[in-house]
Design a protein around this ligand. Structure first.
Ligand SMILES: Cc1cc2nc3c(=O)[nH]c(=O)nc-3n(C[C@H](O)[C@H](O)[C@H](O)COP(=O)(O)OP(=O)(O)OC[C@H]3O[C@@H](n4cnc5c(N)ncnc54)[C@H](O)[C@@H]3O)c2cc1C
Length: 488
């Protein structure tokens, strides 16, 4: 490795793998060696395709948004462009009053655009529908400060619409509490709509007008995934990075400044020899990054630690042959925030991502856990599956018991972008900029979705390259020890 710069990436989720891939692909004139250290026996983090009843299903993320192009572009670069698939169904419902009611047509973030039709929408009582429409008459709030997603939606559309229409969709994507989530950090469009159009309904109309008609082929589709599952994206990244550069079951326990080496940082992972690095990228959850950064960037550590995380679970249910046709049309449903249910949402996988392997089996993916409602995640598997089945089958009676099921728990998995998150991230980035060689990236900062993680990872890689450029040339005349016997 003499003469080459060494970058250690901690965490082999989509963010860490993408940083590593970008650095391996383009060093911008500086020879770079990269090592990814991943705590688990497999890379991919929250991208994980599993098998249930002989069917490949996603245990974590199931697709990425197409509107934000970074994940699609990455797939194309990796040769997966021809293997992108879009959903086989459109349209979700809300499960309310014991019925499944499709979201208002041509809505954006659940916000209706056709007032006349919305006034007949059966998903909310008439008084609540009239309150939504009053949005057209209300003046925009003055000032550009942050507020909670819940506060903005309640102010404009009323509480019932927050709980039963917009909240389950938007807060659901973060498994969050809308009264705590920052609107600027999660859905800044809503604030822009209020400011630009004096109304969320008019803003939603403009947004819907600008988007392609449903039924158009890509790029009209809103979501896409890789045929066969997102683990294929992970595998393609691993291959492109070079498997020898990825160490699995390697939990990083500390990072410190080197005292006696041409490389500035020392990374310790388990019993392995400590690694010397010119730069380290923490692509780990914020609470883990806080621990690892504490000695080097104590101010950043405090802010990293302050980003709360929520635990969720995914329960996959595979029903026997003949059940698929009993599912209604559409991709699935969400559950109102004020409902007494175990599940927060359910995707009808056999509608949304149809595969030959499904045959005519109904395949459901149910979500459990959100901010303030995490206790069900800890139920024993059998109890959790019973509770989830009770909800799912009440919404869509399938007349059969599942022939296979699987529970996957995602403990402390969803970072919560609470009010003030943007300022917090700016402080973290400022503290990191003042800590030579240390970088952070991943879902904790500027977008939880895969596309945003890929974008942020690209930026982190660019930051690393710029930093390495700023260093004096690495040469053989320097101390060339790669491994520092710091314990001796
Ligand atoms: C159930 C679920 C469904 C989702 N659905 C979608 C979806 O449909 N579309 C979408 O766009 N997004 C979705 N998301 C969000 C998205 O999957 C994540 O935000 C994204 O994958 C996070 O990537 P990451 O690389 O930042 O973090 P992670 O995937 O969490 O990766 C971090 C990695 O760091 C490793 N690590 C932690 N500590 C250490 C250590 N000390 N040393 C070494 N390694 C360490 C972890 O093992 C992990 O592999 C979903 C998330 C969940 C949980």
């Amino acid at each position: 490795m003499t003469g080459r710069r060494h970058v250690v990436v901690v965490g082999g989720g989509i963010a860490g793998l993408t940083v590593a891939y970008r650095l391996v692909r383009s060093s911008n004139g500086i020879p770079i060696e990269v090592t990814v250290l991943e705590a688990r026996p497999r890379a991919g983090g929250k991208l994980r395709t599993i098998e249930v009843g002989g069917i490949a299903v996603e245990a974590g993320a199931d697709s990425f948004v197409v509107r934000k192009p970074w994940a699609v572009e990455l797939c194309k670069e990796l040769g997966l462009g021809g293997e992108l698939v879009v959903p086989g169904a459109l349209g979700a419902s809300v499960w309310t009053g014991g019925r499944l009611i499709p979201f208002p047509e041509r809505s954006a973030f659940g916000i209706p655009t056709d007032v006349e039709r919305f006034l007949r929408w059966p998903g909310l009582p008439l008084s609540a529908r009239l309150r939504v429409v009053a949005d057209l008459l209300k003046r925009a709030r003055q000032g550009g400060s942050d507020e909670s997603l819940g506060s903005l939606v309640e102010r404009r559309l009323g509480r019932p619409a927050l709980d039963g229409l917009v909240g389950p969709l938007l807060a659901g994507l973060h498994a969050g509490d809308p009264d705590r989530l920052s609107v600027q950090a999660t859905f800044p469009e809503l604030q822009a709509w209020e400011r630009g159009h004096d109304s969320l309904i008019r803003g939603a109309r403009a947004a819907v007008k600008a988007r392609p008609e449903p039924g158009d082929t890509t790029p009209g589709a809103m979501f896409a995934t890789v045929w066969g599952g997102l683990s294929r994206l992970v595998e393609s990244l691993e291959t492109a990075i070079g498997p020898g550069r990825i160490r699995r079951s390697a939990t990083v326990s500390s990072i410190r400044r080197a005292e006696d080496s041409r490389r500035s940082l020392v990374v310790e992972a388990g019993d392995a020899e400590p690694l010397a690095a010119d730069a380290v990228v923490l692509a780990t959850p914020a609470f883990e990054s806080a621990k690892l950064a504490r000695g080097l960037a104590p101010d950043a550590a405090g802010d990293l630690e302050g980003i709360p995380y929520v635990s969720t679970a995914v329960v996959v249910l595979v029903y026997p042959a003949g059940t698929a046709e009993r599912l209604p049309d559409g991709t699935g449903f969400v559950v109102p925030l004020d409902a007494k249910a175990t599940i927060t949402a359910c995707t009808w996988l056999s509608n949304k991502w149809p595969q030959d392997e499904y045959g005519d089996r109904a395949v459901l993916r149910c979500f459990v856990g959100r901010a303030g409602h995490e206790s069900a995640v800890d139920l024993p598997d059998d109890d959790l599956v019973s509770a989830v089945r009770a909800d799912a089958e009440a919404a869509t009676p399938l007349g059969a018991s599942p022939e296979a099921w699987r529970v996957v728990r995602w403990i402390d998995s969803m970072p919560q972008y609470e009010v003030g998150h943007i300022e917090r991230v700016a402080r973290i980035e400022g503290a990191m900029a003042a800590t030579p060689g240390l970088f952070v990236t991943g879902s904790a900062y500027r977008g939880v979705g895969i596309a945003d993680c890929v974008k942020q990872a690209g930026r982190a890689a660019a930051g690393v390259r710029a930093y390495l450029h700023s260093l004096p040339p690495a040469g053989a005349d320097h101390d060339t020890r790669e491994v520092i016997p710091w314990t001796s």
